[in-house]
Write a protein that binds this ligand. Structure first.
Ligand SMILES: O=C(O)c1cc(=O)[nH]c(=O)n1[C@@H]1O[C@H](COP(=O)(O)O)[C@@H](O)[C@H]1O
Length: 273
């Protein structure tokens, strides 16, 4: 999916919601456990109930690969089931020496047909480049993450006086463009989201951390939105585990609907969409 199609979808749905498919066998309702593929049955219901409010789905690959071959199968079926006009993110946080990254890219862009993949910047340009060689696909590079440990390295001041995350943004924004790169910026980072926006005014941000991690959607929009929205805000547990019984799909729908309504207001306030 290209940038214009993504922006059009945000405008049409008045939403920049990404639903995180962090589907955990321990957490899904017990009535699904008898199904042939409980993970897929759960995801199918979540997708059915949220597709009109979501512009993106983000399966976190760890939840699938932890289950071995059957997890990969559930993932492939889920990807196939997601409506084709909705953006898909393989949250895999990959990145390795060039020839290995090339095979990660092949895994998620050819063997599976994801629109995008999350990538760690640590190994530098040759570890990210192979993902950018795929026309029509996106790299979503970790910049300023939502977790506590992000303080360990990402905000450390370098000898040139810049925090590491700033160096990552400035350098990596020359590797690709706002048409094939996005950045992960955690919802819990508050005003720092504004600092990131100044460095990369046009790139989309994938913003996890609202819902279960306590980030504020209002702050994210205030500091991070640009005229084309420029945001995909993810919620995983806050949506998919909103309900615990047979009505889990309806509970998820309700949560997604609440977020979409807030997003429509924020789009009116801060964007041109
Ligand atoms: O790349 C990510 O998506 C990510 C980056 C980050 O900084 N923080 C973060 O929470 N995530 C992912 O976003 C999701 C957040 O899930 P919830 O906290 O349940 O909404 C998980 O799949 C995380 O792995």
């Amino acid at each position: 999916m290209n940038r214009q199609e993504l922006i059009q979808q945000i405008k049409a749905k008045q939403s920049f919601l990404c639903v995180g498919l962090d589907t955990d066998l321990q957490k899904i309702p017990s009535h699904l456990h008898g199904a042939k593929d409980p993970i897929f049955e759960f995801n199918k219901e979540i997708i059915d109930q949220t597709a009109d409010f979501a512009v993106a789905y983000k399966p976190n690959i760890a939840f699938y690969e932890a289950l071995g071959p059957r997890g990969w199968e559930s993932l492939a079926k889920t990807l196939e089931y997601i409506p084709k006009d909705i953006f898909t993110i393989a949250d895999a946080k990959r990145g390795d020496i060039g020839n290995t990254s090339g095979l990660y890219a092949k895994a998620f862009f050819e063997t599976m047909d994801f629109d995008s993949i999350t990538v760690a910047p640590y190994m530098g340009v040759d570890s990210v480049g192979p993902f950018l060689e795929y026309a029509g696909k996106w790299v979503i590079l970790l910049a300023l993450t939502s977790n506590e440990g992000s303080h360990d390295f990402q905000v450390t001041t370098l000898q040139n006086g810049k925090p590491l995350y700033q160096e990552v943004l400035e350098k990596s924004s020359q590797w690709g463009s706002p048409d094939n790169m996005m950045y992960v910026v955690g919802a819990t980072r508050g005003e720092k989201i504004g600092a990131v926006r100044k460095i990369v005014p046009d790139h989309f941000f994938l913003v996890p951390g609202v819902g279960a991690q306590g980030g504020s959607l209002q702050e994210v929009a205030k500091y991070g939105m640009n005229k084309n929205c420029g945001l995909l805000v993810n919620s995983s547990r806050g949506i998919i585990y909103a309900g615990k019984d047979k009505d889990f799909g309806k509970a998820a729908r309700q949560e997604a609907k609440i977020l979409q309504a807030e997003m429509a207001d924020l789009l009116a306030l801060y964007s041109e969409l």
